[in-house]
Structure formats: C-alpha cells, structure tokens
Design a protein around this ligand. Structure first.
Ligand code: GAL
Length: 716
C-alpha cells in the first residue's frame, strides 16, 4: 500500500472509531461509554433506581478518572473487544465474588456463573464484569453475556520488541515443567475485554478518588445497600433435610432450653412433596398442618425459612400455569420460569405470596440458580446455553442473570407486603447491593470462605461462610468464629441430625453419638453466638451506612488503607463495620501473622494495645476471637437477647477505646418493616468527651430500640 493510501486508511479507521463511541455522564462520578449497538436486556435494565441522594453528597467529580476517549473498541468476528491502557504499577481487584484470587492483576477472568469454582479462571456463584483499580477507579461492562478480561496479562508483540533489555538477557534452558510454565506472565500495560456475540457494548467508569469511593458510587448506583431486618443478622440454623415438623420443633426447643440464641430455622428439601424439581407444596407426611406448625414456631420466637429452587415439578400446583412462561428446556424434569416475562413473575410470585409470605414464612433459601459445574458434562443439570426463554433471552444470558432475577422476584413480594427479610441465594450478578440476601456454597475451604468475605466488598454482595461438619474441636471453633465475623451467621445442618458442636463427625452425628466433651463445645458455641447478638446494633448500623452512603459493611483492608502497599495482597483479613479488623484463624490453627495498618489497635479479648503499620505473630486460645478494635473507637455492645422481635430493646454498654474517641451513630427503626424508606428512623449519636459519654437521638421514629446502660473506658 502506498504511503498516502495508508494514511487515508488510518484516518478512516480513527474516524470510525471516534464516531462509534459515545460518552455520557450519568451521575456524580459515573460515566457511560457506548460502542456500537448493545443488545437488549443489559443488567442495568433490572437495576434498582440510582440512589442520587447519596451520590450527590459525595465529592463532585467533573472529569472522568480515566481518559475514556482512549478506550479502544473493535468489532471482531466473535464480538466486541475493548482495550484500555493501564499503568504497570496499578493492581486490580473485584470481578465479583471471586473464590481463589484476591489481587486479579495478571489474570484472565472469565465471568461465568457456575456452582463450583473450576480451576482459577473466574467462574463462581457471583462473578461480575466489574473491577476496581488501586488508581481509584472502577470499570464495569454492562453485559449479561460471558465476558472475558485479560487483566494486564498479555504482552503484545510491539511491547516485547521494545523491551530490549529483557530480550538481550541470556536465556537458560530449564529441564522441568514447573520452571518452564510456572513463571508469572509477561506483564502488559493493557486490560482487554471481550464480549462475544454482540455488536456493541456499554462500559461504565466509576470515579474515586480512592477505592472506597469507587465502591460507594457503585453501590449507590445499584440503589444503595440493603438493610436486613435485625433478626437477619442474628444466628440461623438449618435443620436436616428429612426432618418432620416435630423434629424441627424439637430443634427449636433445644435452642430455647439451653438459652442459645437463634433467630431463624431453615427447612431443607423434605418440606415439599417433590424437591428436585420443586413442587412448592407442603409434604403432608412430614408437615400435616403447616399453619399450626408455623404458628408454634413463631410463638417460640423463630422465623422460618424455606429451601427451594425455581425449577418447577410437573406435579406442582403452578406447573401448568408457569409452563408457557418457561424455557424450552427443563432442569431435573421441571419447567424453568422466565423471571423477565411479567406472566412468569406473576404466576410464580402470586403463588409464593399467597401460600407463604402471607402465611408467616419469613424468608427463602433460593438454591441451584447458579448452573451446574461445567466440568461434569455427564451430570450437567442446568439448562443449556442454547435454551431460549419467552422474553427473548438465550440460555447464556439467563445463566448469568438467573440468581439475580429470582432474588428480585421473591424479595419484591416481601417489599410489597412491607415485611423485611434476609434470604440465602446461590447466585447473583451486577447491581445486587440492595438485595438483602447472602450467597453460600457447597464448597468448604475455610481459606476460600474467608477470601470470599474479603472479595464480597468489591461487588455489593453478602457472603455466608456457613458452618457444617468439621474434623476436630479447634476447626469447629475457628469456623464458628468466622461465621460470627460475617454478614450471615448460619449453621447449615442439612445432612446432620444435631448441631455440629454436639458431634462434628457426620456419621456419628446421625447415629446420635455425642462427643465426650460436647458440653464444653456447646458452651463455646453459645458464647460466640452471644457475642454475635452483642454486635447486632453495631452491624445493623454498618448496613444502614451501606444503604445511605454505599460503604460496604465487609471489605478488604486495601479499601480502607489504599496507600498502604502492605494491604495490597492481604486476602485473609478484613474490616467489619467501621472499627473492627477481623483476622480469622483458618482450619484448626491458633497462630497466624496479622498485619495491622497504621494507628493503634486493641486485641478485643485482652485489650492489649498494638502499634499499627506492622505485622505480628498472633496466637490465641479457642476462647479468644481474632478481632482487633481500631483506636479512637466507641464500640456499642448489647446484652445478648435470645432472638429479636419488633419490641426488643437492646441494653447497650459502650466500650471506649483510645482518646479522643470518635462519635458513632446507631441506626434505629422498626427493623422488621420498610417504614425507614418513608423516613421513620432515628440516629442515636454516641460521643465521648472528657470522662463522659453522651447519647443524642435525632429523627422521628417513636420507639426506642437502644438503651445505653453504661460506658466502659478500655484504654486511653
Ligand atoms: C444444595 C445446597 C445445600 C442444601 C442442599 C439440599 O444445593 O447448597 O446447602 O440446601 O442443596 O439438597
């Protein structure tokens, strides 16, 4: 090609590229870049309205944090490619609820919903096409398709050639595959994003200036964080799948007789006449009189939660009506409701509302909405990517969105009835922050479970590192501690006859052989559950903050300490609320290193003071919980109640750590309904001056849920 024609060709390409993308500022610090013609049913279509009130209180940002004009888009035969130049010093986090990795720099992330994390390629219960950078910005691809990110991991030819020093080094021949392939990838200065099967995409860019503000903006754009009912933050227990009404009542009585707090009992598959797929009908053999059963449990202070999934069995009372609003493929022989079609939502929703929500069922566990493990081709139970749905989505898009749409449909039923709830759910996607549910898994690595708490703060979801069986006393206590320090405190005993602290071995548990020291372990479990109940006002207020200003209640240290490079790799410590740093002991360990960021910290158990900015080797007995209190904290701790009701009053002792102690605000409302959305709430502001504590209540909620009974000076 001649020089001139080459120049013209370049000009045309540049012109086309600049023509094809549009840039729009959609809210304070949030930009949308559109390239080509994106498809229908993008995740934003299902998003709650943006919480502009919160966003407008944030620092005003006038210029996008990355030069959005330089994002390079290209239509490929497969779909759309977007390339963004990055700085080789920046690190990347997020991509939803990732299991195996914290720092995602140098990784390939394939965003695909999957019930079991396969390898380390990005699959999981709630992977999301959204990442954030240490440079204080976030990038979101608004797509319900499988999206692949090459996170500064693929060096291009021109870079390698320019990188002369590297090429001139003498290369050693290696003689084993570990050395041969074990090297880190060539770092690149580009994040490349590929969305297949589309003719256009939308990218959202979120400004900071720091990572915390990126997350706040994302959560507020999603509609603000959901505030669970107070009981939803208490202790929850799920009974064995085969249990009858009597056995569930006995389980409840066990908790009350031993004064072990418990707010909710979950029924697993056996409550239905068919469960794989689901009939959504009470099994008359196990539950002959559902309404008197519900009444008796409610009278004893228990909320009931029902396990189900959406795949509808041919014997279900709704099967005939839901079939026309379902996919053209089945799962476990059941119809797969299309939650985008209004008809599908109505049939499924009306039935659940009339038969369960209005009859006193307080919550649901929405299982199996995350699609089967890809590697088990002979046992792949989910609908295939080639499925089609009446709303026009294909199986791939629905696979990504199914957990989100199912949650939304079911949570709306409670909202409509002005009842607050907290669900368990096994899949989610973008913009889920307002949903009061927690994700869970059949996987069970303690290290992964803790990393998922850490990663949950990058994606607007709650994560439940549930307790099941264990292999020894120490592991039981350490896992109990981890659930105490999480968004959702659950013992999921769906295959156990007794709580695991009475017997953690599965077979022995089911043979009613109790551990010789079960009384000791029962006391340890009780103490931890009581600690959780003490933390309720503190945790509840952290969720209120999530709602109003978007701050994730559980988050990686890097979010609070972005300039401290020591936090950039820490995936086993996290902040819970404003002032508590949690550093769980994994498995049965009692020793670990703990990095404490700048400032002073106090061991929650002993009040021992630690100077921050350092790493410590910490050992703790099984009676000590690895929680550190930040200096200058006023920590409100309630006397534990056995369960929460709308008239519960929390008697609070305020612990004062350091001088001066920063004022703290407790959120007060009727935590079982949505009246706070109409402004019916108070803030109880606690402050400490000289040697005196002060509590100031503002707002128009009439009832007083918190009573401050004393102030305890811990350290000055
Ligand atoms: C699994 C779920 C478990 C339990 C079980 C009952 O899919 O993850 O927690 O509910 O189903 O069959």
């Amino acid at each position: 090609m001649k020089k001139e024609s080459l120049l013209i060709a370049i000009l045309i390409i540049t012109f086309q590229f600049t023509q094809a993308q549009t840039i729009e500022k959609v809210a304070n610090g949030i930009w949308k870049i559109t390239y080509g013609t994106p498809e229908h049913h993008l995740p934003t279509e299902f998003k709650n309205p943006t919480a502009f009130s919160g966003l407008n209180k944030m620092p005003a940002i006038h210029v996008a944090p990355v030069d959005v004009k330089t994002i390079h888009f290209k239509q490929m035969s497969k779909g759309v490619l977007a390339e963004m130049k990055v700085d080789t010093s920046e690190r990347f986090y997020g991509f939803g609820l990732q299991t195996n990795t914290f720092d995602q720099t140098g990784m390939r992330r394939e965003i695909r919903t999957n019930s079991w994390t396969v390898g380390n390629i990005g699959f999981g219960h709630a992977p999301m096409p959204f990442y954030i950078s240490t440079k204080g910005y976030g990038v979101l691809v608004n797509s319900s398709r499988y999206v692949t990110f090459y996170v500064a991991s693929k060096g291009k030819l021109d870079e390698r050639v320019r990188n002369k020093k590297e090429n001139q080094k003498e290369q050693k021949v290696v003689l084993n595959t570990v050395q041969l392939y074990g090297k880190a990838v060539t770092p690149s200065n580009e994040v490349s994003i590929q969305v297949e099967g589309t003719k256009g995409i939308e990218i959202y860019v979120f400004a900071g200036p720091e990572m915390l503000q990126v997350m706040q903006r994302y959560n507020l754009f999603s509609g603000g964080g959901g505030i669970p009912p107070m009981w939803g933050l208490g202790f929850k227990y799920r009974g064995k799948a085969t249990f009858t009404d009597k056995q569930i009542q006995e389980t409840g009585q066990y908790f009350r007789n031993h004064h072990i707090p418990c707010d909710m009992i979950g029924l697993e598959p056996g409550w239905q006449t068919a469960s794989y797929s689901c009939s959504f009908a009470w099994n008359p053999k196990n539950f002959p009189n559902p309404s008197s059963f519900i009444d008796s449990m409610n009278k004893n202070g228990f909320k009931l939660n029902l396990w189900e999934h959406a795949y509808t069995h041919p014997t279900s009372p709704i099967f005939q009506k839901i079939a026309p609003y379902s996919a053209n493929y089945t799962v476990w022989g059941g119809a797969v409701p299309d939650f985008i079609s209004a008809g599908g939502r109505k049939v499924f929703g009306d039935y659940h509302e009339n038969n369960f929500v209005k009859k006193g069922i307080a919550a649901f566990k929405l299982d199996e909405c995350d699609a089967a493990d890809y590697t088990k081709a002979d046992r792949e139970w989910s609908f295939p990517d080639i499925a089609t749905f009446p709303s026009g989505l294909d199986g791939e898009q629905m696979r990504q969105l199914y957990g989100l749409l199912y949650q939304k449909t079911m949570l709306n039923l409670y909202h409509k009835n002005n009842i607050r709830t907290m669900f368990d759910v096994r899949a989610s996607h973008l913009f889920a922050a307002p949903y009061t549910s927690a994700l869970y898994s059949d996987m069970y690595s303690h290290a992964d479970f803790v990393r998922m708490i850490v990663n949950s703060g990058f994606s607007g979801v709650n994560w439940s590192p549930e307790l099941r069986e264990t292999s020894n006393d120490a592991e039981l206590v350490r896992r109990l501690q981890t659930i105490t320090m999480s968004a959702h405190m659950v013992a999921n005993c769906w295959y156990l006859s007794q709580p695991p602290w009475l017997q953690y071995n599965i077979d022995k548990n089911n043979n009613n052989e109790l551990l010789p020291n079960y009384k000791v372990l029962e006391q340890k479990a009780k103490k931890l559950i009581e600690l959780r109940m003490s933390l309720l006002p503190y945790l509840y207020s952290a969720f209120a903050k999530y709602h109003f200003d978007g701050t994730p209640p559980f988050r990686a240290l890097i979010i609070d300490y972005p300039t401290d490079k020591n936090t950039w790799k820490i995936d086993d410590e996290y902040m819970m609320g404003e002032s508590l740093l949690c550093a769980p002991f994994l498995d049965s360990s009692s020793e670990r290193t703990v990095y404490l960021p700048a400032g002073n910290w106090y061991d929650y158990n002993t009040n021992k003071k630690y100077e921050g900015g350092k790493e410590y080797s910490i050992s703790m007995t099984l009676d000590q919980i690895p929680m550190f209190v930040k200096d200058n904290t006023l920590l409100p701790l309630a006397q534990p109640v056995e369960y929460v009701t709308p008239s519960t009053v929390f008697n609070i002792s305020c612990k004062v750590y350091g001088n001066p102690a920063t004022a703290v605000k407790l959120f007060e409302d009727n935590s079982s309904n949505f009246n706070f959305e109409k402004g019916q709430y108070n803030w109880l502001s606690l402050s400490w001056k000289g040697n005196n504590g002060n509590a100031l209540r503002t707002g128009n909620f009439k009832q007083q849920v918190y009573k401050i009974i004393d102030w305890k000076k811990i350290a000055q």
